[in-house]
Write a protein that binds this ligand. Structure first.
Ligand SMILES: Nc1nc(=O)c2c([nH]1)NC[C@@H]1CN(c3ccc(C(=O)N[C@@H](CCC(=O)O)C(=O)O)cc3)C=[N+]21
Length: 291
């Protein structure tokens, strides 16, 4: 039985944002340019609205400009593309985030492909995904970046460690695997078709849940002492009928087995926003030629 350490992503993200605020202030002093982040929200998804509000607030707190564009759910795709093109051309906008998921009537890949890769602070454009894959400078997806920062804080070097990523999405699983490879981990991407998923997970020194299924990863899938990063943010009904947030990992079962684990909320979520702000400053520096 080990004492499982709680990985406090919320505190780590607060520290990052405090340092970022100083870097933003220095950039504004040196260039006279205020970094601007444009967020495009199509439709009324209440969970998305909460994220957008938090992002907007923290962007302003860091000393950057937040520009929000809220469009109705039935906005034609052409209009969304026209807005993205206008933001590409707007020199006061250094980062563009189109909140996903988009309504089913809109081709998300077409929208992402229209974002100027230099302003793609989500790192979802194929140019940035490709640059990450071949080891060139890229804007890197925020959630994977936040996960690796937490892992390096807990473990120091990740070299030679067995990392198992459960989930193969373009926004988390695949880019996270690339980042872990870059850190010299031995990487397995597992998914719904993986044979003996519990057995594969039990090999992991680093286990990452990124599937979006509440508490799917059980305590006895965790190798004793492993570092567990829970990317899932699932809204479920609690025993009292009220909604509560749970991750992809059965958190209570992991206690006494995992060496360290991120909680939900307060783990990876806050890191995602901190990394988004960091990417926005990076993008602004490159666009102004101050990098
Ligand atoms: N283009 C795009 N980029 C995204 O990065 C993106 C997106 N679309 N669509 C939605 C998901 C979700 N997402 C979250 C970010 C922060 C928290 C977060 O800070 N959560 C807090 C609070 C959670 C709560 O209380 O609701 C926590 O986990 O502690 C959650 C979720 C970014 N996403």
């Amino acid at each position: 039985m080990v004492e499982t350490r709680l990985i406090d992503g919320k505190a780590f993200a607060e520290g990052m944002r405090a340092r970022l605020k100083e870097d933003v202030a220095a950039f504004v002093r040196e260039t006279g340019v205020t970094p601007g982040l444009a967020v495009v929200l199509v439709g009324e998804d209440p969970a998305s609205a909460v994220y957008v509000r938090n992002k907007g607030k923290q962007t302003v707190e860091a000393g950057m400009a937040s520009l929000e564009h809220k469009l109705p759910a039935d906005t034609p795709q052409d209009e969304v593309l026209a807005l993205v093109r206008a933001l590409n051309a707007d020199s006061s906008v250094h980062g563009i985030l189109v909140q996903l998921p988009l309504p089913a009537s809109i081709d998300a890949q077409a929208v992402l492909a229209t974002i100027d890769p230099a302003k793609d602070v989500d790192g979802f454009h194929v140019v940035n995904a490709g640059r990450l894959a071949v080891g060139l400078d890229a804007l890197v997806p925020c959630t994977p970046l936040g996960c690796v920062m937490l892992l390096k804080d807990v473990l120091g070097s990740l070299a030679g460690l067995e990392a198992v990523v459960v989930g193969r999405s373009n926004i988390v699983g695949k880019p996270l695997a690339q980042l872990l490879l870059r850190e010299d981990a031995t990487v397995t991407i597992a998914h719904s078709r993986t044979r003996d998923l519990p057995g594969v997970c039990r090999r992991a020194d680093i286990l990452i849940g990124a599937v979006g299924r509440p508490e799917m990863i059980r305590g006895d899938w965790i190798k004793p002492g492993a570092t567990v990063i829970d990317v899932g943010i699932n809204r479920v009904a609690g025993v009292d009928g009220k909604a509560r947030l749970v991750g992809d990992v059965a958190f209570d079962e992991a206690q006494g087995i995992a060496g360290a684990i991120t909680p939900v909320p307060g783990g990876v979520g806050p890191m995602t926003i901190a990394c988004l702000l960091a990417n926005t400053l990076t993008a602004a520096k490159r666009q102004v030629g101050a990098d």
